[in-house]
Design a protein around this ligand. Structure first.
Ligand code: SF4
Length: 288
């Protein structure tokens, strides 16, 4: 069992996780909102350490990263769990389950993954598919080996992580795709269970560290398609992160528990042209 990083022991063996802003307080036997960090007798355990749900070689453009070694392939891996609860999640089968799915699965050591990467034509590793920050200890251990081998670490995340663990992750990372779900804190609280400001802080920290950042924004009809708020968002990106940060405006399709019809193409085009007035690199995604 791998002990988790970033937690505090409170009274009567209760522990408080310090990895993400949820700050779950867990009594013995309880598991956090991400479903993969568990109080085992007063110790916080990273239950999915070494548990890989998917491992594929992908074009890096699929992450999506369009302006970071755009012609390359990257060995991509994920596990289980997420600290958000988005009803339209496309990977709910791995993100919305945790320890139960992980039990009995063969655990892989970081060096095994790195050896496989080194035998391939990958530029490094991408931590993706589910939310990788809830797999923190395995990701950081593996990323440290990748970094030491002179290869690249790519993180595809919702950005909902506390500053201290983020700073540690930034030291071994090269490029990020952050999923910015809305520019409304009310949206975050109602539809994801998270908050907006920590995600903005994460993007700020990535850019301040001099790392490559691309942002993905999924347009969900009637939930986050307000164009006034969208313009506020792209202006914030330009002002706080710089006009060269890449923005992907992605088309939504019905998925998991959300059945609204797909995003109208006309709206996607309108948003692209609005964003193009502020940012240098704007792309539409999931559009033929
Ligand atoms: S990482 Fe998981 S256990 Fe820790 S605070 Fe976030 S949701 Fe809770």
């Amino acid at each position: 069992m791998k002990e988790a990083s970033y937690y505090t022991v409170r009274a009567e063996q209760t522990v408080q996780c310090g990895l993400c802003p949820h700050g779950c307080m867990l009594r013995p036997g309880q598991t956090g909102r991400c479903r993969v960090r568990r109080n085992d007798g007063g110790r916080l355990i990273a239950d999915t350490y070494g548990v890989v749900s998917a491992l594929h070689m992908d074009p890096i453009r699929k992450k999506p990263l369009y302006r970071y070694f755009p012609e390359s392939q990257v060995l991509s891996l994920g596990s289980y769990g997420c600290n958000f609860r988005c009803a339209w999640c496309q990977n709910a089968d791995i993100s919305q389950c945790g320890t139960g799915r992980a039990s009995g699965t063969r655990r892989i050591e970081p060096q095994e993954i790195v050896d496989r990467m080194l035998r391939s034509d990958s530029i490094g590793l991408a931590y993706t598919y589910n939310e990788p920050t809830v797999w923190y200890e395995f990701m950081v251990d593996t990323a440290g080996l990748v970094y030491g081998a002179g290869m690249k670490n790519v993180v595809v995340t919702n950005g909902f992580i506390n500053k201290e663990p983020l700073d540690e992750l930034l030291r071994v990372s090269h490029a990020f795709n952050v999923d910015l779900k809305s520019f409304s804190d009310a949206f975050y609280r109602q539809y994801t269970g998270g908050k907006l400001q920590p995600v903005l802080d994460t993007m700020h920290a990535i850019v301040s560290a001099g790392l490559h950042l691309e942002i993905a924004f999924l347009v969900i009809p009637e939930l986050n398609d307000d164009t006034d708020l969208f313009v506020q968002m792209v202006r914030w990106i330009r002002r706080e992160l710089g006009k060269d940060v890449v923005l992907h405006i992605n088309r939504y399709f019905p998925s998991w528990k959300h059945a609204a019809p797909p995003t109208p193409i006309a709206l996607m085009n309108r948003m692209k042209s609005m964003a193009g007035e502020e940012l240098s690199h704007v792309y539409l995604g999931n559009v033929r």
